[in-house]
Ligand binder design. Sequence first.
Ligand code: G4P
Length: 528
Amino acid sequence: MGFKEEINKRRTFGIISHPDAGKTTLTEKLLLFGGAIQEAGAVKSHKIKRGATSDFMEIERQRGISVSTSVLAFIYKEKKINILDTPGHKDFAEDTYRTLSAVDSVIVVIDVAKGVEEQTEKLVEVCRMRKIPIIVFINKLDREGKDAFDLLDELEKKLKFNVCPLSFPIGMGYDFQGIYNIWGDNLMFFKEENKQKISKTNNVLDLNGPELIEFIGENASNKLKEEVNIIKEVYPSFEKSDYLNCKQQPIFFGSALNNFGVKELLDCFIKIAPSPLPKETSERIIKPHESKFSGFIFKIHANMDPKHRDRLAFIKIVSGIFKRNKPYHHVRMNKRFKFSSPNAFFAEKKEIIDESFPGDIVGVHDSGNFKIGDSFSEGEHINFKGIPNFSPEHFKYINNKDPMKSKQLSKGIYQLMDEGVAQLFVLEMNGRKVIGTVGALQFEVIQYRLEHEYGAKCSYENISIYKACWVENKLDSNIEFNEFKKLKQKFLAKDKNGMLVFLSDSVFSLEMTKQKFPSLNFHYKSEF
Ligand code: G4P
């Protein structure tokens, strides 16, 4: 197969949802259709259940499992599907944001009873920022939930979607009878079956055929026809280019647990979802068909065995062919690296490969050199964009509890930050270290890992910070900027890349500062 065909057959995407909407279940069912697993349940639920904040065994278990489920690849109808796993727990949201820098499209799972939830809104916002095409799967139709039209309204209002239903439910919960598949123009009836395996016993009917009444009765049949008419009148018809340009979001209904509506979703997905897309660098846009290899690290995983501190770095291939043992240029370090045993992912296994193509993810051994966001090339100076840090929500001073181990502590902190566990800010005034996290759980993770992997002990001390803002001077002149730096000295820090950050202690003080220094921009993320 030629290089172009290899690229065109790839679909690299992520499934995102509020916890418990059914992301794991849907992932599993997709793998089942791809023949990557034989029975559902093979990929263990890899989420940290809410409330388990102090269960370190659970954290460790999660780390272990998530290495193997970080990328789930399989072949379906001659397409190579790469699903990039995103953690469900909200405290790991930043991990999910970063993973979204490596996908070409996403499927959003919504619980029919709960509708659009908080985490969904946040994740969709990140997708919008990154211009990622979105398909929606409304899940759990076998349960009582919201009215389908109300849900479509909610998607329009809360997520600013321009919805385009490509399937529509017949009844719901107790009365759930099936789905009219608008995309394929047929009807499927729901029958509770073996949830763990695929069976092909769904009836496929014509909406206007005589059997419809026989199957669902006259009332339901009339109601369905009415609803389908409304859909055709009210909602736009599907336009692939609008979907790809994020101007339209196709909607599917189904039940992941019951394997219902999943195949329809997958069949449509492989037809409409984009193959690997060009990616922006600070220097230029890189196209997947370019002959020279380029890629970037979007995730780093520490080894589970504390005795071996090596790590696995995940590289998304953007262009060219990645080859085993070929030296590549690491742009930030201006150094060449070659990888003798790069891993590719297939189903829930990983294996050493000789070459890989755009859209694929390779896992490479890292002895502590790499950082999330690092770019690789065949020599060109390029820096991939789209992996910003966001302002953390929680901040604490980190202190050394064992003066004999200060070197270990410092190394541990920096390596954990490179992995993206949390963010480090070093105060300009006195060099004290402040750790910022998305969720409270990370503080415990850091403390635990520093002790078990680096033999260092830390303690935390409260600090009152509202947001971290990356500061940009809009003017050529530094007069105002210098005045700001003098006045706010106490609140200034450097992030891990040496960028200036204003750690504002309240909404009020941030607003006042903005007013006082109009020539400065205060950003909640490190890329602007
Ligand atoms: P997540 O990854 O988005 O957090 O969700 P997950 O797939 O783990 O699903 C959350 C719960 O919802 C699970 O039940 C799962 O079985 C259930 N579920 C998923 N899809 C459907 C569906 O189509 N219909 C119904 N009725 N339930 C569904 P659980 O009891 O929390 O976990 P488990 O013990 O079944 O694993």
